[in-house]
Design a protein around this ligand. Sequence first.
Ligand code: AMP
Length: 181
Amino acid sequence: MSHSDAIDLRAAIRTIPDYPKPGILFRDITTLLGNARAFRRAVDELVNPWAGSKIDKVAGIEARGFIIGGAVAHQVSAGFVPIRKKGKLPYETVRIAYSLEYGIDEMEMHKDAVAQGERVILVDDLIATGGTAEGAVKLLRNMGAEVLAACFVIDLPELGGAAKLRALGVPVRTLVSFEGH
Ligand code: AMP
């Protein structure tokens, strides 16, 4: 990726201080999604390293991962799998607990959403501590999926999430890094 591309995507992301609570810098991608060139560039660049690879499914994490993941799935001609907060999916599900900043929660996907051996790319808007993405990787692997990569528009490297995923053996792709958290 060239330097000018990086600047373009970074400029398309809006930062809201003290949302949803004091001390948090919320990285708002709605401005990037609303910018046709930035949205297309983000989708293209996210999966660029796997262009030409066989990808069976793209799994997106609720809710912003649905928007980007849906576009990525279309781009690479893969199916789309939603990973949701518990209680939202209508059919039989598999579930996993994952750690949040304070406490734990559970996420789930349909039990027939991926088949044994399918090649899956995981997508979300942002990786911070990596707790959410780690849960999603484990859920996919429990179902026999091969997680080819995890792709995020935004990385907060100081929170260590990308390093945590790499330690699990998952290649991580991110497009824009912000200092702090
Ligand atoms: P984590 O599990 O700590 O990696 O948190 C990642 C999830 O929380 C993603 O689904 C993000 O959308 C959301 N998130 C965490 N921190 C931020 C932030 N500073 N701005 C926007 N979204 C965030």
